[in-house]
Design a protein around this ligand. Structure first.
Ligand SMILES: Nc1ncnc2c1ncn2[C@@H]1O[C@H](COP(=O)(O)OP(=O)(O)O)[C@@H](O)[C@H]1O
Ligand SMILES: [Mg+2]
Length: 372
């Protein structure tokens, strides 16, 4: 799939913008703080209805404006369809084929995007939250129903935490209700964990050979799920459920004492091992970078195998960060099959045949000039 046209209105530092892209490689060149990342962010936001760099939608609206609009024309399975998102102070509206989608899970997944940016190193180095967000977003874009379950889980989690706080202050509060909420929470937790397990199996099968390739067969990558409840990928749904129930019974008084839910998918994590060693703790900067890159390239292949089309790839300020071998490995992998956006302050240092055919855009202070 690819994005053919993009238009922005009052999005970040773009007041008005309309661009037509090449379906192979588009290079966005500009000095710092001109709007390169903002442009990438617009494409990412069009796919996910939220930014990759802020949870606060109102930051996306141009300072002097009331609302922001992103419109895109997407080609998928040789058919063209429009996507549109409007952010205002009241909230956001997402339209697919001109029709507003009330549930975001009916919208997300129409456009698949994989972004690789400098902060993706945090995927390996950062807090568990970053990895949970990664896994949730990636499952969500190939399986929109997952987003629905995640939303339900988070809703019950909030109610349950609220009640636990109340019980913490007043032990006579509603214990029966706690049981009801625990059952509901487990119901959604089991679904989430099961889908994460299945996703992980796919991710692993793509990421391991890719990592081996990038590291010239020197490194082997393993990924494990670090669960707050004793469950594993070989368990069936019923067993996962039983283990969850047991755990919640076991920790009930502790949860009341702390006034919060102590286990569940919102506390789980992923661990990456290179040659048997935890990369987060023992990996070099280079190994962490290779791991992040392998995961992103694996996502591209995974989406292709699940959705039947390659996603759009956004490489924000990362290509020049990679050494020559990794750069050409990456460009070679995507060449001719993945619409790619590359942002950089300078084209020097990026040497590859693929770029000869690229469309070049120059960004200066919220305006974009097509140079080819
Ligand atoms: N909501 C906003 N309204 C107007 N300008 C914004 C908004 N958010 C960020 N900017 C501006 O966007 C610019 C940063 O753009 P960015 O795309 O991150 O730069 P880069 O080209 O370095 O990637 C800064 O000048 C910043 O002031
Ligand atoms: Mg930037």
């Amino acid at each position: 799939m690819y994005i053919h046209e993009l238009s922005l209105r009052s999005f970040r530092n773009y007041e008005q913008l309309s661009l037509t892209f090449d379906h192979t490689i588009n290079v966005i060149i500009g000095e710092n703080a001109q709007g390169k990342t903002n442009l990438m962010e617009a494409i990412y936001t069009l796919a996910f209805t939220r930014s990759h760099r802020t949870p606060r939608d109102k930051e996306l609206i141009h300072w002097d404006a009331e609302y922001a609009k992103i419109k895109g024309s997407i080609y998928k399975r040789n058919r063209r369809f429009p996507l549109e998102i409007i952010f205002s102070k009241k909230g956001k509206k997402a339209k697919l084929n001109h029709i507003e989608q009330k549930r975001l899970s009916d919208y997300i997944g129409a456009l698949n995007v994989v972004m690789f940016a400098p902060e993706d190193l945090h995927l390996v180095k950062g807090s568990p939250q970053v990895r949970r967000r990664f896994i949730d977003m990636e499952i969500g874009q190939i399986q929109p129903r997952y987003i629905y379950h995640l939303g339900q889980y988070q809703k019950v989690l909030r109610q349950r935490n609220h009640l636990l706080k109340e019980l913490q202050r007043k032990p006579s509060a509603d214990r029966t209700m706690l049981g009801v909420l625990t059952d509901q929470l487990i119901e959604h937790a089991v679904t989430l964990v099961d889908r994460r397990f299945k996703f992980l199996q796919l991710l692993r099968s793509w990421a391991a050979p890719i990592h081996e390739g990038i590291s010239r067969k020197l490194e082997n990558l393993e990924i494990t799920y670090d669960s707050s409840v004793k469950v594993s990928e070989d368990m069936d749904l019923a067993t996962i459920k039983i283990n969850y129930e047991e755990k919640f019974r076991e920790i009930e008084s502790k949860e009341i004492e702390r006034g919060t839910t102590l286990v569940g998918p919102h506390r789980d994590d992923l661990i990456f091992y290179v040659n048997g060693k935890d990369v987060q703790t023992y990996g070099s900067q280079g190994q962490q970078r290779t791991t992040a890159l392998s995961l992103k390239l694996a996502e591209i292949e995974l989406i292709h195998s699940e959705v039947g089309e390659y996603p759009i790839l956004l490489l924000d300020d990362v290509l020049s960060e990679l050494d020559d071998f990794r750069q050409s490995h990456l460009l070679h992998t995507i060449q001719g099959k993945v619409q790619t956006f590359v942002s950089t302050t300078s084209i020097e240092g990026i040497e590859h045949d693929a770029l000869k055919e690229a469309e070049i855009f120059r960004v200066i202070n919220g305006t974009v000039e097509n140079q080819k």
